[in-house]
Design a protein around this ligand. Sequence first.
Ligand code: NAD
Length: 435
Amino acid sequence: MPYYKDLYTTGYYKEPGPKLDKESPFESMMERFRFAAEVLKLDEGMFQYLASPVKQVIVSVPVVMDSGKIEVFEGYRVIHDNVLGPSKGGIRYSPDVTIDEVKALAAWMTWKCAVVNVPFGGAKGGVRCNPNELSNAELERLTRRYTANLLDVFGPDKDIPAPDMNTNEQVMAWIMDTFSMNSKKTETAVVTGKPIILGGSQGRKEATGRGVVTVTLAALSKLGLMPNKVTVAVQGFGNVGSISAQLMYEQGARIIAISDINGGYYNKDGIDIPHAIEYMENNNRTLQGYPDVEQISNEELLEVDCDVLIPAAKEDQISRHNAGNIKAKIIAEGANGPVTANADAILEENGILVIPDILANAGGVTVSYFEWVQDRQGYFWTEERVNRRLNRMMRSAFENVYSVSNNHKITMRQAAYVYSIGRVATTLKMRGIYA
Ligand code: NAD
């Protein structure tokens, strides 16, 4: 359908320095979106509506540094869609975050919420900064000013932030407090991923990794593989990577490779994951110097001979350059966008079952939804109840996507987009376009 191409090249999303590089996460997302739109036979207007973020905000975030000097950071918040409900999505602090990346991640959130049947639209935010170079007090001032600049955007019924790369429950607590101070009442439901004592949910911290493992186990069973007979490699050992590794380890899987930003660690006999987590926690949150392992690079980790590969670090790790070397039978995308669009066909050709990010890492947003529900009810569930409900929702999302994949003879990634874009488009058609 030619108009898709036009939209794409006429800069529907064009930035001041347009990125037409297919390896960019935004282009990868658009490529998949276009495919699903064709399968769903979306008309042009609907395509345009769903391709355009409803709101994009860029703010300057001035911070008085500990030295007394003022530094100005750039902050972003993009609401991609709010058809299914209030928009929801994380905030990342990173020196290389861009509005382009934030837009891609915001759209991903729309599809991700729709894939797990959570009544939220998609959003994402970020501040371009290097959190490693900021003191705690500077980080707090930066967070509070970023929040103050976005008071009109955020809200329990409007737009609900959550943690993402380099943000945590303390950052969420500062956002909640800043928002509450300005609305003159405690508004716990304005953010999720809060500390439990402030209205956070049991199980939220582990939710993304737990969801990754739930869908990985579902995929293993489709392939007739037993969890306690498989080998696993995990890229990234932060929140998502370490929890995924831990829970696969608890299932009896042999975790033969793990990594963080400093490199990878390999042991064909398996790594003692609880020990590695303890080591990382006592070693400035890095695995550097981890004993009894062979040191490998992050690139080598991806190509390790294993059954399950869990990329849980960052975008664009598997591209057309290395996709042909991947030996895993299953890739469960813990990170957002670890596989670029032009690697998809290579992985498919090699018979690798890819559980796409919008499904595999949707456990975080699912428990965020539970947290929001609990905050609004003022009634909190046990961890066991949270995990049970999470497991049920992730399992059923996996089955829904798996059957779309079988019915249309398309990959799990294509099926996840077809399923979720179909849901949003159907809801939009019923709501209609407000004049
Ligand atoms: P995190 O900051 O806790 O951990 C990131 C890990 O990746 C760290 O171990 C870091 O050392 C490693 N890393 C960073 N850059 C790397 C590189 N270039 N090569 C190899 N390793 C690298 O972050 P997280 O919360 O675990 O998030 C990881 C990914 O999962 C991100 O893409 C994020 O968007 C996605 N995600 C997170 C959540 C969540 O609930 N935390 C939910 C959905 C998706």
